[in-house]
Ligand binder design. Structure first.
Ligand code: AMP
Length: 282
């Protein structure tokens, strides 16, 4: 695996490959790599000749400075993991390379960034939209891979690509989970053992709600039961638990005639905020 530190290095290495009709797949990450990231790499390798992973902890998508400062950084381990994977290039830019100046541009995603993650993390999707645009412009991949784990991010990025006519295909990879159902996340590294145990409640509540919904129980009654589940777990603080349309993120009170519906949740365990979601008809 080759490490590329600057836009210029990316350009000089990848242009030759593009000219030789190689398909380039990009997997953007913020590091602290785990099996979820590696699943994106694995799928990328199936559909692309060349796999580029980027590691950049993007300051502009953190609405909370403490969350940014405490974001896990495990570069040595990440390099070891990537060296043992099928990744061809790691793009590891520094902040000045991505942000030579503070962007004046800000992106308004309309309704999509006003609810759930957008409303609890103001400015987050603006930062995501800007950094993903930059990475797409620098790497110029044919396909970019994102995890279903961050479902609202997927909706935002698909809209960004559509509205700005980026010449890239967006592929979405299903969420990789621990044996107890908990979604893998870099932030899990910050959980103490007690919080880690308590955090199982997110996926447990999501899968419980999904099965009750499919059995025909009304959503409002399910949500009441989920609230009670969370109330009985003192470490957990539920932020939201919503039934939504998976692509457009409209909040629903029943499945109705919708074909693509998900439940999204966010909760704090001590000072660590986790998100997860399940799709209802997969
Ligand atoms: P992050 O490093 O957290 O920004 O994540 C980088 C990419 O990996 C994003 O597209 C995430 O949605 C994806 N990802 C994170 N966790 C998982 C997981 N457990 N399963 C699948 N994809 C994931």
């Amino acid at each position: 695996m080759y490490i590329l530190g600057t836009k210029e290095e990316v350009n000089s290495n990848l242009q030759i490959l593009r000219n030789n009709n190689k398909t380039i797949g990009l997997v953007p990450t913020m590091g602290a790599l785990h099996q979820g990231h590696l699943e994106l790499v694995k799928i990328a390798k199936q559909y692309s000749d060349i796999v580029v992973v980027s590691i950049f902890v993007n300051p502009t998508q953190f609405n909370n400075q403490e969350d940014f400062e405490k974001y896990p950084k495990t570069l040595d381990k990440d390099l070891e993991i990537l060296n043992n994977s099928e990744v061809n290039y790691l793009f590891l830019p520094d902040t000045e390379d991505i942000y030579p100046s503070k962007p004046l541009l800000s992106i308004d995603f309309g309704h999509l960034d006003k609810i759930l993650e957008g409303s609890f993390r103001p400015g987050h999707f603006n930062g995501v939209g800007i950094v993903v645009s930059k990475l797409l412009n620098i790497v110029k991949p044919h396909i970019a891979y994102f995890g279903q784990k961050d479902l609202q991010q997927v909706a935002i990025i698909k809209r960004l690509v559509q509205d700005l006519s980026f010449d890239v295909q967006i592929n979405v990879v299903p969420t990789v989970r621990e044996e107890d159902g908990m979604a893998l996340s870099s932030r899990n590294l910050r959980l103490d053992p007690e919080s880690r145990k308590a955090a199982r409640i997110i996926s447990k509540a999501l899968f419980f709600a999904k099965s009750e919904l499919l059995l025909g129980r009304p959503w409002l009654s399910i949500r009441k039961m989920v609230n009670q589940m969370f109330e009985s777990e003192p470490i957990a603080k539920l932020e939201y638990f919503e039934l939504i349309t998976s692509d457009t993120f409209y909040v629903l009170e029943s499945i109705g005639e919708e074909k693509s519906v998900s439940i999204c949740a966010a909760a704090y365990f001590s000072d660590v905020r986790l998100i997860d979601n399940v799709s209802i008809f997969d």
